[in-house]
Design a protein around this ligand. Structure first.
Ligand code: AQP
Length: 336
């Protein structure tokens, strides 16, 4: 069976972008791939996280993975910091990645902009992500569009490592959805929907109540005119709302345009809020059942045991290739 790997940061409550761009799709891979899904807490701490809040966010992210349909019998779900190989391989890969290629990463440029004292972890974040992926010999990496550049860097670093030290890593491929790969902020269609957006009106969290959803959709920015047409260039705000409506209902853009022909933004927004509420209802229900079951800790513990087993073999291989650690070589070749 081929392998899939992906992760989500526990840096806030997950939103519609994380859902449609990533975790909903994770479940589609479960029958075809041997899946490893990680809660990447080491990535989250590249910006400050309150240590009193972080455990709750980690648990919450696991609950949303499960509520979205991830089956722990089919997929391995674990927390990154429970598997030490990630940090160890990351350092080895930092010695292969170059300062220049990391400087070109768009996410780093955006997150460090106007901030003079960002952490060095924010800069090396994509290398840790490369380690995450390569440790599982992943064939595919289902992600939203914002992570495409990071998967490309992972491929480049792995290829460089392989040509310098000999065949070691499988070269993975990013799988980006056709629609929903980049859901935009409800307040600024130039920006992606993001959980660390300081303005909560910009995103719809998976935990939002019906009233919050109605309020956020009602206050979402629109474009000039009043027609409901999908035209990302001329009407980026409406195109974003149509995309969300399409993802929630399964309707084609043309069907949506027909449904709302001659009707205004207010009607469309009401229907959109209803569609989001309906799409999130089963997730809320499943979230509640998993939270009450108290099963999450056991699922994460079992997942970490399996992830440690698989990743330690790949790390050992990489160490041997690099000529590190006498103990990494089981036949003690270097001890002669
Ligand atoms: N707006 C989005 N549209 C589609 N997909 C998205 N993803 C994130 N935002 C959107 C995808 O969700 C997965 C998990 O993302 P992440 O938590 O690892 O980090 P991120 O991409 O940086 O997401 P956020 O919400 O913007 O987090 P913060 O604000 O903490 O940086 C990834 O597959 C991502 O592509």
């Amino acid at each position: 069976m081929k392998r899939a790997f992906s992760g989500v940061q526990p840096s806030g409550v997950l939103h519609l972008g994380n859902y449609f761009g990533a975790i909903k799709r994770f479940t589609d891979f479960q029958d075809e791939y041997d899946c490893y899904y990680c809660i990447v807490d080491l990535h989250a701490i590249t910006v400050y996280q309150d240590p009193k809040e972080l455990p709750r966010l980690i648990n919450d992210t696991a609950l949303y993975y499960l509520a979205a349909g991830l089956d722990p019998e089919k997929s391995t779900l674990f927390v990154q910091s429970d598997v030490p190989c990630h940090a160890e391989l990351s350092w080895m890969l930092e010695c292969v990645a170059t300062f220049g290629e990391l400087s070109r990463m768009t996410q780093f440029k955006e997150k460090s902009k106007g901030n003079e004292s960002f952490s060095s972890g924010l800069f090396t974040y994509p290398v840790l992500m490369a380690a995450d992926i390569l440790l599982y010999d992943a064939d595919v990496v289902p992600v939203g569009e914002d992570q495409k550049q990071h998967v490309e860097l992972c491929r480049n670093v792995a290829q460089r490592f392989n040509s310098r030290y000999g065949e070691t890593f499988k070269i993975p491929e990013a799988i980006i959805p056709k629609f929903g790969a980049r859901i935009k902020s409800l307040q600024d269609p130039e920006k992606k929907m993001s959980k660390s957006d300081p303005n909560p009106l910009g995103y719809i969290s998976l935990s939002d109540s019906k009233d919050e959803i109605v309020n956020k959709v009602r206050r979402a920015v629109t474009d000039s005119g009043r027609e409901i047409v999908y035209s990302p260039e001329d009407k980026p705000a409406i195109a974003n709302l149509i995309t969300i409506y399409s993802l929630c209902t399964g309707l084609e853009f043309s069907e949506i345009e027909r449904e709302f022909e001659g009707r205004g933004y207010a009607d469309f927004k009401q229907a959109l809020a209803d569609a989001i509420i309906e799409a999130l209802a089963p997730i809320h229900e499943k979230y509640r059942r998993y939270a009450e079951s108290g099963m999450v800790a056991t699922i994460l513990k079992q997942g970490a045991a399996k992830a440690n087993e698989v990743s330690s073999q790949v790390l050992k291989r990489a160490k041997q290739r690099m000529g590190l650690s006498l103990l990494a070589d089981p036949v003690g070749r270097k001890l002669r």
